[in-house]
Design a protein around this ligand. Structure first.
Ligand SMILES: [Mg+2]
Length: 120
């Protein structure tokens, strides 16, 4: 069974770019908002979440907090732009597993995702 990864980002370009990097090895589901991501998580089996921090309405940290109420066992890698390091530290304390700084090189993304699945 291919692992299914949910990519959450309000930036269409980043969603498209991340999908292209991942789609040879994984099933990829895209969400353009935290609300949409939570809906998907309630209705589909997801193995890993890549979660943008800076999003309007519901940011990545808030999305992550909601996620923990019903999907606490799904690993999350945060996607951050520079200048969000404090947010990331907070997220890691809440139990997120890792973070990647944008723009991430394709091989770095693939490596981190693979590492996450190896832990299981
Ligand atoms: Mg964003």
């Amino acid at each position: 069974m291919q692992k299914r990864i949910l990519v959450v980002d309000d930036d269409d370009m980043n969603l498209a770019r991340t999908q292209i990097i991942l789609e040879n090895e994984y099933e990829v589901v895209l969400a353009e908002s935290g609300v949409r991501a939570l809906n998907i998580l309630k209705n589909q089996k997801i193995d890993l979440v890549l979660l943008d921090i800076d999003m309007p309405l519901m940011n990545g940290i808030e999305t992550f907090e909601h996620m923990k109420e019903f999907a606490a066992d799904i690993p999350v890698i945060f996607l951050t732009a520079s200048g969000e390091v404090e947010d990331v530290v907070g997220a890691l304390l809440l139990g997120a597993v890792d973070y990647l700084k944008k723009p991430y090189p394709p091989q770095e993304l693939l490596k981190r995702v693979a590492q996450e699945f190896e832990k299981k």
